[in-house]
Design a protein around this ligand. Structure first.
Ligand SMILES: [Zn+2]
Ligand SMILES: [Zn+2]
Length: 366
């Protein structure tokens, strides 16, 4: 017999939650211990050194990287560099024609793959960078994205992302982001854009703006259908992790990852290319604070983040009103199992409501 009174334990959640934007992407939230997938126990610790003599991304070794594409600032000591990827997953050379047979179709692996050296300090965490540096980093993402769209009309999407830590698949310890520009719009961006267009046609409102409004103001009580008892009370701001003048960090109701957080501009904006300098400054601070919360709660966050923004305007007419750019941060704390691979259902073992509360509780110096 358990000695802990049942009412003292947090309510176990076991439910399939549907992603409101892309309903085919659902999540099994199962907090019962038996459902726990293998934890990424003791992931290889991340490298926290500030300078490594043999690292090609560290200052002084600039001649060891592939060709430099951009240096910020242009003169004097660099703060951010963009170089070609040494092992590009897509090539800019004309590739052999895609092979197709029967039902098997292939598209040429044409595209661009670039590396952004985020900071001169080798193992610095995002939450340890200062706001002015993060502002510069976000502006650099934007200017490079714009340059790639301008230089090559065949590129349909420019994806900016970051892998941080070995658990997140980063092969270089030096802090860096990546840009992959592809001749097709990635399927999950396409799904988000088209589903939000359908929502807009029905409701004449952006679904992301609706989700933000819900996160800020929603309050509801869920009753048991048979007994009529209160099952759950959803409170105002329950999903809000951090909020600033222009941005909000939300714990999604259907979070695929235990500590997943999304950052969105509060004001409707379809494209990251439309964010102005004041947006970037505000985003930098909110982002740093969000990452500091994650790092404090998880204890050394290893994560992927990526930017979802409206593709080229003529590809999705009307998406200006229906799509809303955002940043998805996915800390990696567990390893997907056969159940996840076989079912396509993500398993999340931490209730998003409790995760949001833990993240909000972290007290930050500023
Ligand atoms: Zn380095
Ligand atoms: Zn919106």
């Amino acid at each position: 017999m358990s000695t802990t009174p049942a009412d003292k334990e947090p309510r176990a959640v076991r439910e399939i939650r549907i992603n409101p934007i892309v309903p085919s992407e659902s999540v099994l939230v199962a907090t019962a211990r038996s459902m726990r997938p293998r934890k990424a126990e003791d992931p290889a610790p991340r490298d926290t050194r500030s300078h490594v003599d043999t690292c090609p991304f560290c200052r002084g070794n600039e001649d060891q990287t592939p060709p430099e594409l951009l240096r910020v600032p242009a003169d004097g000591e660099w703060r951010i560099r963009i170089v070609e990827n040494l092992y590009p997953v897509l090539g800019s050379d004309p590739a052999p024609r895609g092979l197709s047979f029967g039902l098997q179709q292939a598209i040429d692996g044409y595209g661009r793959h670039e590396v952004i050296v985020d900071h001169a300090k080798h193992g610095i965490g995002i939450h340890e960078m200062d706001d002015s540096h993060l502002h510069l980093l976000f502006s650099t993402y934007q200017s490079r994205m714009r340059a790639l769209y301008d230089m090559d009309a065949r590129l349909r999407y420019v994806l900016v992302f970051k892998n941080f830590g070995p658990a997140a698949g980063a092969s270089m310890a030096h802090t860096h982001s990546q840009i992959i520009a592809t001749p097709v719009v990635p399927q999950n961006v396409h799904d988000e854009v088209t589903h939000s267009q359908q929502y807009y046609q029905k409701h004449h409102h952006c679904i992301f703006c609706t989700l933000i409004d819900e996160a800020l103001t929603f309050e509801t009580t869920i009753y048991d259908r048979e007994s009529g008892e209160v099952v759950r009370q959803i409170n105002v701001g329950q999903y809000v992790v951090e909020r600033s003048e222009r941005f909000i960090a939300i714990k999604p109701f259907a979070s695929r990852y235990e500590w997943e957080v999304h950052i969105l501009p509060l004001k409707h904006e379809a494209s990251y290319l439309d964010a102005d300098e004041a947006d970037m400054a505000d985003l930098a601070r909110l982002f740093r604070r969000t990452m500091a919360r994650l790092d404090a709660v998880i204890g050394g966050a290893q994560y992927n983040f990526f930017l979802h923004t409206r593709p080229r305007s003529n590809d999705y007419p009307g998406s200006e009103a229906s799509y809303h750019w955002h940043l998805e941060i996915c800390p990696r704390t567990s390893i997907p199992t056969g159940f996840e691979l076989g079912s396509g259902l993500f398993v999340n073992t931490v209730s998003p409501e409790e995760a949001a509360e833990s993240l909000r509780k972290v007290s930050l110096p500023d």
